[in-house]
Design a protein around this ligand. Sequence first.
Ligand SMILES: *Cc1c(COP(=O)(O)O)cnc(C)c1O
Length: 470
Amino acid sequence: MDANVRLRDIPSVDELLRSAILVEAVECFGRPAVTEALRKVLATTRDDVRKGGELPPADAIITKAVAALEENDRSTLRPLFNLTGTVLHTNLGRALLAEAAIDAATAAMREAVALEFDLASGKRGERDDHLRALICELTGAEDATIVNNNAAAVLLVLNSLAAGREAIVSRGELIEIGGAFRMPDIMLRSGVRLVEVGTTNRTHARDYRDAIGPETGLLMKVHTSNYRIEGFTKEVGARELACIAHERGLPLVNDLGSGTLADLERFGLAHEPTVSEAVSDGADIVTFSGDKLLGGPQAGFIVGRTAFIEKINSNPMKRALRVDKIRLAALEATLRLYRDPDRLSERLPTMRLLSRPKTDIGDQAARLASVVEHALKSACRVSVVDCESQIGSGALPLSTVPSAGLALTPHSGSGRTLADLAAAMRCLPMPVIGRIERGSLILDLRCLEDEDGFVANLAHLDPPGEGPSS
Ligand SMILES: *Cc1c(COP(=O)(O)O)cnc(C)c1O
């Protein structure tokens, strides 16, 4: 049969739309999307037929269109298994929220709330009012406000307190955090001139004192979140730096980065300066993140002296950086959990995951090794390995937490390379993200809580050699 004859036999969009499967697809995805998907499949079918290919049965055309619709409907922001070993992974969305926070956020999404409305007086209120007292209680600060994230907090604080003037920072603290947050760039954008003092490894009290002049607006201390300077070093501690600032009537701003409200040693982790310590050491303003060790949604906290917080709140930039009711609700519920530190590791996923004992994770790895090997149709060797989990997001940059996991190593000749294997895991309905290390895909199981879901998900793995399905 020549191609023209076969082309005439290709069904029309309208004919295909009458099939039961596509009637259902219209219910699910809407008529315009289904029609568009069919047009695309029919166009490629026509091309194939013109090139001499067989005319596929109508069922095959329908199946292709439905597969395309399903793929197109799948969110790229869908949940995944973070088995990277980094608990607060910035690229994977950092902290998982506590159930109490999820409930509070959901309720705030569904209903009207008294966001800027004072229920007692019936007058206008402020959105910070809901959290101020709680933050002050937990940190010992006089006052507090909340913005979009800690980068916004730093930008707003600098602009509010020192625009057109100078901020003095140690050369050892001029950090760059992933994603183009560089302290010198933030200073520039906030309209503050950076005055660097000391050297990379050593900064003395006299370096700060000598740099203070009529143009100085503030002194700043920055937590070196993702590195440590070791060896022949000297830094001026927060308490001493506060004294130096106050001698000259200047404020000290301390950017804590992650910050923590709890004593991490309780959870078997190394000490990280708490927000209360930074406040009691005399900083006038302390900034920290909501979604790092604190374990809440993305947010930036600014806490400190009332006079400075008022100045910050009257900056028109505050409006551009403020948070919405959903996050405020989640933050409030998260902060409330800190009133009972004994139950934090039960209720706050960040602490629960960070404090999970290695023996527990090792037992899980032993249970899962053969299950995973079987799901991979024995294309890989799967072995239980020791891991070191990282906290991530610039908290405790040098400390790791002993953990356990699985090493997946493709057999040579299995038709599956390491890159194929990692891609197949990323293409699962619930993507599995590990890390490649020394010829294996390592799955650190510290953050694997839904073991049954993980196993069920593996049933969707493509057979080796076929690669991810489209
Ligand atoms: C992480 C971090 C920031 C940025 O905080 P985000 O909440 O990610 O905006 C700023 N400063 C320091 C020291 C940090 O560690």
